[in-house]
Design a protein around this ligand. Structure first.
Ligand code: HEC
Ligand code: HEC
Ligand code: HEC
Ligand code: HEC
Ligand code: HEC
Ligand code: HEC
Length: 323
């Protein structure tokens, strides 16, 4: 949990001078409370416990709470760029809200497993939740694989591994695994959790086709953006794994330039003549710039905060500089 629960830094003011939020730690857990002064003597407050954390805090963390077996989003989010509490994205500034229902699609992208119950849409069997993104989200069911390896000595050589190795799938099927969570919300055609690695994502979620001129937000749409790049369209091998090793944190932009140089020469770049070899470690700064998300933002105390995300459309952008 990244935000601060110590007095003074545990308060979020809002654009409404009578309303503030407070984050506290008690013997029963971490809590978020809304406190609203209705008059000089009359106050209302509501307090809910942080039951689930969503996000590693690369950009931020949002928090969820249970009301019976229904799951909701808490009003306050932690924002990494400013290292402060902010109003949760999607909640209006200046009024206390605890009512955003956490739907299955939200958990499909941010958790590995859950059993949902009859409506309303945010009812789950509490004990069924498997938090985080586990191996099976990308490798498919692993029970048979484990069973075989426990018996390995007795299996004939060349027996199938009985698990998906994404590297062996066709490019579109590899990217579909990532696309389940990295191509935006889309419109589900099948119930959540039906898609398995190796399937064609089109049969499960309707993701609108993005033409070259259509606006695609930098947040959460890495697949559409990469697909629009000339690098992707002019090759048959470029996938997310050309650059990423998802088994490790991916946080050093400069470390990715060598991936570009597996296909390009620095000399090919128009800036080479001017800047020389110094461009070699900085391909990302100029060709995959950090840009503000327009769909993911927080309205906090009268200000609009937008996180910066890498644009995955590799291309030529005006005015980008080496950072
Ligand atoms: C089940 C949903 C899901 C699938 C499938 C998935 N991702 Fe993610 N991925 C996420 C979420 C959610 C985050 C944000 C995690 C966070 O910071 O809280 C993330 C974060 C990342 C990051 C940033 C990692 C970091 O160190 O901050 C990269 C890179 C990434 N994913 C690439 C991929 C690739 C490549 C694939 C396909 C092989 C893939 N993901 C499949 C949900 C998914
Ligand atoms: C279609 C999949 C998808 C859905 C639905 C979705 N997210 Fe995300 N979310 C992502 C991905 C992927 C990221 C990683 C950042 C990026 O791509 O910009 C992310 C990032 C985040 C982060 C920032 C974590 C970080 O990296 O620091 C939070 C917090 C978050 N989501 C909360 C939620 C909540 C709460 C919901 C439901 C109300 C939700 N998301 C719905 C895919 C999804
Ligand atoms: C976000 C998706 C994702 C998750 C989660 C994930 N993997 Fe992978 N894994 C991949 C991809 C994609 C590849 C293929 C990479 C490539 O193209 O070389 C891979 C490759 C592998 C390989 C290499 C196979 C080979 O033949 O070399 C092993 C082993 C592996 N993963 C194990 C795991 C384990 C164990 C976990 C859980 C701790 C895990 N993976 C979680 C996406 C994922
Ligand atoms: C798998 C090989 C491959 C990788 C990896 C790759 N590219 Fe490309 N890229 C290409 C090909 C092929 C073209 C098209 C060349 C042409 O049409 O002349 C291209 C085109 C481009 C263009 C021209 C884009 C335009 O819209 O005119 C730029 C800029 C570029 N690449 C930069 C990069 C950068 C920066 C990286 C690393 C972040 C990268 N490429 C990674 C293969 C790749
Ligand atoms: C040409 C190289 C390249 C390819 C291909 C690529 N990425 Fe990335 N990705 C990067 C770089 C560079 C970063 C930024 C790392 C940093 O700033 O620390 C990044 C960051 C991310 C993040 C973190 C969000 C953010 O902007 O902070 C996610 C999520 C992600 N990539 C997903 C994907 C997915 C999914 C694919 C395939 C559709 C993919 N990437 C393909 C280079 C690539
Ligand atoms: C300071 C910003 C900057 C850096 C750093 C940079 N580029 Fe470029 N690159 C550009 C611009 C701008 C263009 C468009 C041509 C021009 O105006 O010079 C370009 C053009 C390109 C092209 C397309 C050339 C063509 O004629 O289609 C490729 C390929 C390319 N760069 C690759 C790279 C690679 C690989 C790296 C890292 C080794 C890199 N660039 C680093 C700014 C940069």
């Amino acid at each position: 949990m990244k935000g601060s629960f110590t007095p003074d830094s545990n308060v979020l003011k809002t654009s409404n001078p009578y309303l503030s939020f407070k984050m506290t730690l008690t013997g029963d857990g971490y809590f978020q409370s809304a406190e609203e002064a209705l008059s000089a003597t009359k106050k209302v407050s509501r307090s809910e416990r942080i039951d689930i954390v969503a996000g590693s805090a690369r950009k931020g963390q949002s928090y969820l709470f249970w009301k019976g077996d229904q799951l909701f989003q808490l009003p306050v989010t932690y924002w990494t760029e400013t290292d402060t509490w902010v109003n949760s994205p999607s909640y209006p500034d200046g009024s206390p809200h605890f009512d955003k229902a956490i739907i299955p699609r939200c958990l499909e992208c941010h958790a590995s497993y859950f059993d949902w119950l009859p409506p309303p849409v945010n009812r789950y069997r509490k004990t069924s939740l498997v938090l985080g993104i586990f191996c099976e989200k990308c490798h498919g069911p692993g029970r048979e694989h484990v069973a075989r390896h426990r018996l390995k000595a007795t299996l004939p050589a060349g027996t199938s591994e009985a698990i998906v190795n994404p590297a062996l799938l066709a490019r579109d099927r590899q990217i579909d695994i990532c696309g389940l969570c990295h191509s935006g919300n889309g419109t589900p055609i099948q119930p959540a959790l039906s898609f398995l690695p190796g399937d064609s994502l089109d049969d499960f979620i309707d993701i609108p086709f993005a033409g070259p001129e259509d606006a695609v937000d930098v947040h959460g749409s890495q697949v559409q953006l990469l697909r629009r790049s000339k690098c992707f369209q002019s090759t048959t091998t470029l996938t997310c794994s050309t650059c990423h090793d998802v088994h490790k944190p991916q946080v050093d932009a400069a470390a990715f330039s060598p991936r570009c140089l597996s296909c390009h020469q620095p000399r090919q770049c128009g800036q080479y003549a001017k800047m020389g070899k110094s461009i070699a470690g900085n391909c990302i700064d100029c060709h995959m710039p950090l840009q503000e998300s327009r769909v993911l933002f927080s309205n906090t105390n009268g200000k609009k905060l937008m996180p910066k995300v890498r644009n995955h459309q590799i291309g030529i952008y005006a005015g980008e500089k080496v950072h």
